[in-house]
Design a protein around this ligand. Structure first.
Ligand code: ADP
Ligand code: G6P
Length: 478
């Protein structure tokens, strides 16, 4: 066994909560990392006294462990080749599209796999030196699926949990992977494997039975060495009260008014907020909106679409193509349909502080979330948390994990443009009473099932699966 470290809770994720950036003047700085994983895990980490192991972005090799706003962070360095083969390659060119219903075509390259194994081992070794005896290690997401098994070999005393933030595909897709068995065995190193939805956990258990040959019963996998692994759904959430509090602040309220005025005080503001990712359905959503304007159903003097799309994974070919396609589409729509001072679509690439996000949510009459496939989609939950006035309409894809909980949204099939057009119109014309009834029900769900409840239920289940060893981690809710 490797020499134990001192942390009773170790979070292992590809991203640290902060991302190293180079400023225009060449100096380096930090900014909040993109994406839902960081939004959800950061409050859990703040409530606990653990450490977070992750990649700080970039290729700096010499970063020492450091503290950021009270969180202990341990950077894992990636070389330029590893960024290309492990991060852009196997993680985001193979697994991401495959796990998202092949919305884009996954590529399979043996060198990418080799880099994936190498980098996963580095994360496992770092976790094994940081974790105290019998500590809890919580590994996150598709970039690190081999870590549980590698870590268990190094440190059998640990209690290991894994949570997949993105969908887990049906067997028909997963078995395309030349390394399917290794990935399943990697995950089985954990005591508890968590997914967003029950269907994903069932896909996993079925694959383990078929491909690895282990005995299974319901959500349990029985390993030949006597260990059991549980696979179960834990739908992730946000710091709902934190978002509501922010939304209620005077600064945010004032900013929301300012944004509406800057948009020309339209009667209807539609809003989309996404990483610029082909899974998010941004192109089809903007087309649906543009057709409504072209057909005279909406008019740019009274309605405006704000689309915030932060560039993501910019070196990956599919993302470059998407960015160009959306740039062209927005240019065409505004050229054809806009008027002076009244673009049909306000298109923004910036990354904003949380206050600005809350102000945007407060300002949006119709929030449009239409991914082709999404593990959960926290933007939808953030919108609901910010609407303490019980106002605001949510148009939500059936294929986002959040649709399982937010049943009162206007649910749409993002492949059906006419259906989306109809839903956008219904949502924007809905009677106040209907909007309030729906929002109230969604708010009850989001406020009651927040990220603290998510983390507590995962960690409690993890402690229950391996009662014979491991220190129990303090609940997030005090
Ligand atoms: P994903 O994890 O795929 O990016 P989610 O909707 O689950 O999708 O999470 C996205 C997170 O990133 C949310 O917390 C959202 O507030 C945040 N976010 C998205 N776009 C921006 C932006 N332009 N500026 C700041 N935060 C953003
Ligand atoms: C999603 C993934 C995360 C990832 C995030 C941002 O939320 O589930 O694992 O960190 O997107 O993507 P990036 O590639 O920038 O880390």
């Amino acid at each position: 066994m490797a020499h134990p470290g001192s942390a009773d809770l170790v979070i292992v994720a590809n991203r640290l909560p902060v991302d190293r950036v180079t400023n225009p003047d060449g100096s380096s700085g930090w900014r909040r990392s993109p994406g839902g994983l960081v939004t959800a895990v950061e409050p859990v980490m703040r409530a606990n006294d653990g450490i977070w192991i992750g990649w700080p972005g970039g290729t700096d090799a010499d970063l020492e462990p450091f503290e950021d706003e009270g969180m202990k962070l341990v950077p894992i360095a990636l070389s330029a080749d590893e960024v290309e083969e492990f991060y852009e390659g196997f993680s985001n060119g193979t697994l991401w599209p495959l796990y998202h219903d092949v919305v884009a075509k996954p590529e399979f390259h043996r060198e990418w796999w080799d880099a994936y194994v190498r980098v996963n081992r580095r994360f496992a070794e770092q976790a094994s030196t940081c974790a105290s005896e019998n500590a809890t290690v919580w590994v996150h997401d598709y970039q690190l699926q081999l870590v549980p098994q590698m870590l268990r070999e190094l440190r059998p005393d640990l209690r290991i949990g894994f949570f997949l933030h993105i969908p887990f595909p049906p067997a028909e897709l997963f078995q395309q992977l030349p390394w399917r068995r290794q990935l399943l065995e990697g995950l089985l190193g954990a005591d508890l494997v968590g997914f967003q939805l029950p269907g994903a956990a069932q896909n996993f258990v079925r694959l383990v039975r078929q491909r690895v040959g282990h005995k299974t019963h319901r959500d349990l996998v029985y390993l030949p060495d006597g260990r059991t692994v549980r696979a179960k759904a834990f739908p992730i959430s946000i710091d709902s009260a934190g978002f509501e509090e922010l939304a209620r602040s005077e600064v945010v309220e004032r900013r929301a008014v300012e944004i509406r005025e800057a948009l020309g005080s339209p009667s209807r503001v539609f809003l989309g907020v996404d990483r610029l990712d082909y899974t998010k359905g941004i192109y089809a959503r903007l087309r649906a909106y543009a057709e409504l304007v072209a057909e005279g159903e909406l008019d740019v003097d009274h309605a405006v679409f704000v689309q915030v799309a932060t560039p993501s994974r910019e070196e990956v070919e599919q993302y470059k193509i998407l960015r160009d396609e959306i740039d062209r589409l927005v240019g065409r729509i505004n050229g054809d349909l806009g008027r002076i001072g009244r673009p049909a679509i306000s298109y923004l690439h910036s990354s904003y502080p949380r206050e600005e996000m809350a102000a945007l949510y407060r300002c949006a009459d119709v929030m449009v979330v239409t991914p082709y496939r999404d593990g959960m989609n926290l933007v939808a939950k953030e919108y609901v948390a910010c609407r303490f006035d019980n106002d605001g309409a949510l148009v939500l894809s059936e294929f986002a994990g959040a649709a399982d909980e937010l049943r009162q949204a206007w649910l749409v099939n993002p492949y059906d443009i006419n259906g989306m057009k109809a839903a956008l119109m219904e949502a924007s014309r809905a009677e106040g009473k209907d909007v309030t009834r729906r929002m109230k029900a969604m708010r009850k769900q989001v406020m009651e099932h927040d990220v603290a409840a998510w983390a507590d239920s995962f960690l409690a289940e993890l402690a229950a699966v391996s009662p014979d060893h491991g220190k129990t981690v303090r609940p997030v809710k005090q």
